[in-house]
Design a protein around this ligand. Structure first.
Ligand SMILES: [Zn+2]
Length: 685
């Protein structure tokens, strides 16, 4: 297997400025040692070369004194570290534009983009198509590096100041677009014209094609070089970032690192996620980091999933005017290093597969469900939409498949889902999912027709009499701000959460007239073989993410679990601000991890408030094999023998474990920021 799949990775990226070309390489290695980092990511080429390139079209920074890439590669390997070199082909020095203006991005008016002497190139130009391969080839021929990374791969429609330039209308893009779609790119209309969808598809297809070309080129002679960028096509280490920006709309996304990691690790067996904790507050403020509490959460969320630890600063450590987060980075990196055998062999245990939609429009629904599952401590994995078939085909354990706002299924996907459903899978859809896919609605949910209801303020769902856990005693109605979809269903479909129709709401004298709907149930449930279909005709994720009302979370979760044999694998009295993870270590012990997110108030990341005691009950079916020996009445195991023990990887202290009718109950007396409990068979006494 490849090194990036097998090894623990603790990566530091020093995002060099060209003035850093004269840095002290030995000093950098000492800094990496002090942080327990075992992988360095550092600039090599593209905009500026940090090595003495001999290629005609690779601009070498005049600040280069020696061969920085060569020296760092040799030093890193001598100290037992890997090195991944960074390229940025999205832009090039303006001197290249003077010689080859046809390689560069153009606006519809034919203007190129020059940002501080660095100019946007184009995916379809000769520079990205061919020169990039020459530069990669030169670096791989000279230096035995372990990986290559591309910054900002693909089309650059924005500059660093946030100015938007629209589609690239260079000669190559216009020609290729006409060949692929038979239309002129100049007709692109920013206001939602038909070319928008086609242009997005054009960008995706040509980007994927270029990534495949790079992969073929690199792997032919260098199969052990990892390829990394912010895409999945042909990539080994899928990079993402947990970062902040002053211009990003609220709310802040507490699960940024968790989600970045989960959305890769759940879909591919041959790729690894590398979610970089960007220290800087924003691009214009690269020299001050986010709070240490936010940094800890990001790194622990990656650690807990057995993923790569990845941290980035600009420039080099001696110059960098903010060392405040480094002790936390050092502590978490070292913890992973000391427990490599555990974190390198984690296999998630999941009850639910949450499908991540391709469409940006459904992302709010998806991320709201992600938040609900986390807060309810329901064990789940994320499956990227394009990986639905391979993942479902090999899935043996998960009992629920969640489709948030998924537009349409292919015939093959529908067939597979029907088979899995008959075999016992519960399939749940939310947020107007499959509204345009009548066949799937009928096959999976028994819905003959789905109608989008007119948006109406002041409508409700009737919770009264549903007996839904989590809805406060005495509350009869739940607000339903819309949009909603009403199903006309087969007779064997059961409706839940009857709609309460909108009425006038002001002035108070006129606030009456709500009637129980005759035709709209917010949830439709149908049994199908050993499984079932649960269709939510509303947006539990979007509404919970946007408004934060507990009712939406609780009603969604209660109906998802309703009638599920034995309930969820992990049950806990922990508050929603505890993020829980349960993995199998190899094929034996269990690892229960808890991350305390309580310091986050929606805007600021404060210190976590200690919480405890917390109890987690783990279902019998996932316990290590001791229980089976007892259940089978194996000889030599007297009744009452302590079969399991739990101990902290942080402190080595034992935690109290107790066998209950539901499984194994583990009590954690006090949770500070993070805890990891290894649960194993007790040695026989
Ligand atoms: Zn172009």
């Amino acid at each position: 297997m490849s090194w990036w799949m097998e090894e623990s990775i603790r990566m530091i990226q020093t995002n060099l400025r060209e003035t850093d070309a004269a840095m002290d390489p030995v000093g950098l290695m000492d800094d990496l040692d002090a942080l327990s980092a075992n992988v360095l990511m550092v600039n090599a080429g593209g905009i500026f070369a940090f090595y003495p390139s001999e290629l005609e079209h690779q601009y070498v920074t005049p600040f280069l004194q020696n061969d920085l890439v060569g020296t760092l590669t040799e030093l890193a390997h001598r100290r037992g570290k890997r090195i991944i070199v960074r390229f940025d082909f999205s832009k090039a020095h303006e001197s290249l534009f003077e010689r080859h203006p046809e390689w560069f991005y153009r606006t519809r008016e034919g203007r190129a983009v020059n940002y501080r002497g660095i100019m946007h190139t184009c995916v379809n130009g000769h520079y990205q198509q061919k020169v990039s391969l020459e530069i990669i080839g030169e670096v791989l021929a000279r230096y035995p590096v372990d990986g290559i990374f591309f910054n900002m791969f693909g089309y650059q429609h924005w500059d660093y100041s946030g100015n938007h330039y629209g589609p690239c209308c260079c000669g190559n893009c216009r020609r290729r677009f006409r060949e692929m779609y038979g239309r002129d790119l100049e007709d692109y209309d920013e206001n939602g014209g038909t070319l928008q969808r086609e242009y997005a598809e054009f960008c995706e297809r040509t980007t994927r094609e270029m990534l495949r070309n790079i992969r073929d080129f690199v792997k032919k002679d260098h199969p052990h070089v990892a390829i990394s960028t912010y895409h999945t096509e042909g990539v080994d280490l899928v990079r993402s970032e947990s970062n902040t920006s002053l211009k990003r709309p609220l709310p802040k996304w507490l699960y940024a690192a968790s989600e970045n990691v989960a959305s890769v690790e759940g879909g591919w067996d041959d790729k690894r996620s590398s979610c970089c904790s960007i220290n800087a507050v924003d691009l214009p403020y690269r020299f001050t980091g986010v709070s240490v509490h936010e940094t800890e959460i990001r790194l622990y969320e990656a650690l807990a999933q057995g993923s790569v630890l990845d941290f980035c600063i600009i420039g080099t450590f001696p110059d960098y005017p903010d060392a405040s987060n480094l002790p936390a980075v050092r502590r978490i990196f070292r913890f992973q290093q000391e427990n490599e055998s555990v974190f390198n062999d984690l296999n998630p245990i999941a009850d639910v597969l949450l499908v991540k939609p391709e469409s940006g429009a459904a992302r709010g629904e998806y991320s709201g469900l992600f938040k609900i599952l986390k807060e309810k401590h329901i064990l789940f994995e994320v499956v990227a939409r394009e990986r639905l078939i391979p993942r479902l085909e090999k899935e043996k354990r998960a009992r629920v498949l969640l489709l948030p706002g998924i537009g349409r299924l292919t015939e093959r996907e529908r067939g597979l889902l029907e088979r899995k459903q008959r075999a016992g899978l519960r399939i749940a859809a939310t947020g107007g999912a499959l509204a345009e896919d009548a066949e799937s609605l009928r096959a999976l949910f028994g819905i003959r027709e789905l109608k989008r209801l007119p948006d109406a303020e002041s409508a409700y769902f009737e919770a009264d009499g549903e007996g839904l856990a989590g809805i406060p005693e005495g509350r009869r109605w739940i607000v339903a701000p819309g949009p909603c979809w009403a199903a006309v269903s087969e007779p064997d479909v059961v409706g839940r959460l009857r709609g309460i129709e909108a009425a006038t709401f002001g002035p108070p004298e006129r606030a009456y007239g709500h009637a129980r709907s005759e035709a709209f149930d917010a949830v439709s449930i149908r049994r199908s073989g050993a499984g079932s279909g649960v269709y939510y005709g509303w947006q539990p994720g979007e509404w919970y993410g946007r408004y934060g009302w507990q009712d939406h979370k609780e009603a969604f979760a209660a109906l998802l679990e309703d009638g599920l044999d034995g309930g969820w694998t992990l049950k806990s009295d922990a508050p929603p601000s505890v993020e829980a993870f349960l993995h199998r270590v190899g094929d034996g012990d269990l690892l229960l991890q808890c991350l305390n997110l309580s310091g986050f108030d929606g805007m600021t990341y404060h210190e976590a408030l200690p919480i405890g005691p917390l109890t987690f009950t783990i279902g019998s079916d996932v316990l290590p094999r001791a229980d089976k020996r007892q259940a089978a009445g194996a000889p030599g195991i007297p009744t009452g023998t302590r079969l399991y023990e739990a101990s902290s990887l942080m402190s080595g202290k034992a935690a109290s474990v107790r066998r209950t009718a539901e499984g194994l109950s583990v009590t954690l007396e006090r949770l500070e920021r993070y805890e990891a409990m290894r649960i194993r068979e007790a040695p026989s006494e």
